[in-house]
Write a protein that binds this ligand. Structure first.
Ligand code: SF4
Length: 315
């Protein structure tokens, strides 16, 4: 219960008595859901640790598969179902080691192809190669002022993805998304839904910080959006929540304002990367909520729509 009282996101919206009433579902229903996600996460983490070896190019997918815990059938099935042939992966990994520009081009071609599920490369490896590709990216002017590329972070098997517009100063320094004040509020939103931050995946429209936290320009988003499309197609979430007008505009390719789009399901197709139609819920950006806390109630309504679709209990 103390967690609930510490959760400013809900206490700002509901009275304390309402939160006490909601305690039952928090502890019982969401607790069950969280346990399942935690179990998955523990095993995914063991896969992630082994994935470090992919970055140095001295491992194969077989290592990752054999090191995943056999007790979790969900993760094991996902990993084993996506196991490619050794030769494919070895070629991919060896390509990613070289700095030679010819080979780098082949890495980019590889990630384009690998996102295609039919090739069967595990998401961890696709994302690692994509991360390598982006680390050296200079396709737009934002590369000149960045400290770190902010690739994205979270559970590569997430059913739910959050997408913001771009890194801020804290994120640029750390190379991680949503770790500043807005990120802390986003974490509270995620917890209020019944998840942990590690259960979901968080990414941005642009991977490098726009100077002085300005909005990314259209040509910058045009350069960068394909990376996000590949992340989405690789992680393959069932649901996506766009945070704020910029993320919504560029992901959904719309000029409709966030105030009219929020709370209404949208769909996203990535025809060259995935057959899936992704369900997208636009809502306000946490940074906006810090400036306008009375809007939290609208965001909570939007999050509850997502929770309902995901089969989570709602108030
Ligand atoms: S914002 Fe995107 S396209 Fe621009 S340099 Fe960074 S990674 Fe490349």
């Amino acid at each position: 219960m103390s967690k609930l009282f510490n959760n400013n996101f809900l206490t700002d919206i509901y009275g304390i008595s309402d939160i006490i009433k909601s305690n039952d579902y928090k502890l019982k229903d969401i607790g069950d859901t969280s346990k399942q996600f935690t179990a998955n996460l523990l095993d995914i983490k063991s896969v992630s640790q082994n994935n470090k070896s992919v970055a140095t190019g001295d491992s194969t997918v077989n290592n990752i598969v054999s090191n995943s815990k056999p007790s979790d059938s969900t993760v094991n099935n996902i990993v084993s179902n996506s196991k490619p042939s050794d030769s494919t992966v070895n070629n991919i990994v060896s390509n990613s080691q070289s700095s030679d520009s010819t080979v780098n081009r082949s890495v980019i071609a590889s990630t384009n192809d690998m996102v295609n599920k039919s090739i069967g490369v595990p998401p961890l490896q696709v994302l690692e190669l994509l991360r390598k590709e982006i680390e050296n990216c200079s396709k737009c002017r934002l590369s000149a002022s960045r400290t770190n590329v902010v690739f994205g972070d979270g559970n590569v098997f997430a059913k739910l993805m959050f997408i913001g517009e771009g890194p801020g100063a804290d994120e640029d320094q750390a190379g991680l998304p949503f770790i500043g004040r807005a990120g802390q509020l986003l974490t509270k939103m995620i917890i209020a839904m019944g998840f942990k931050k590690e259960d979901v995946y968080i990414a941005n429209i642009v991977k490098c910080r726009p100077p002085n936290n300005r909005n990314p320009f259209e040509d910058e988003t045009a350069c960068c959006i394909s990376y996000l499309h590949k992340q989405i197609a690789t992680i393959n979430p069932d649901y996506i929540i766009t945070l704020g007008s910029i993320a919504t505009k560029y992901l959904l390719n719309t000029n409709e304002g966030i105030s009219s789009l929020r709370g209404r399901w949208q769909s996203l197709n990535l025809p060259h990367l995935s057959d899936k139609e992704y369900q997208v819920m636009p809502t306000f950006h946490p940074a906006y909520l810090l400036r306008s806390p009375t809007k939290k109630v609208f965001v909570w309504q939007d999050l509850q729509l997502v929770m309902k679709e995901m089969g989570l209990p709602v108030k």
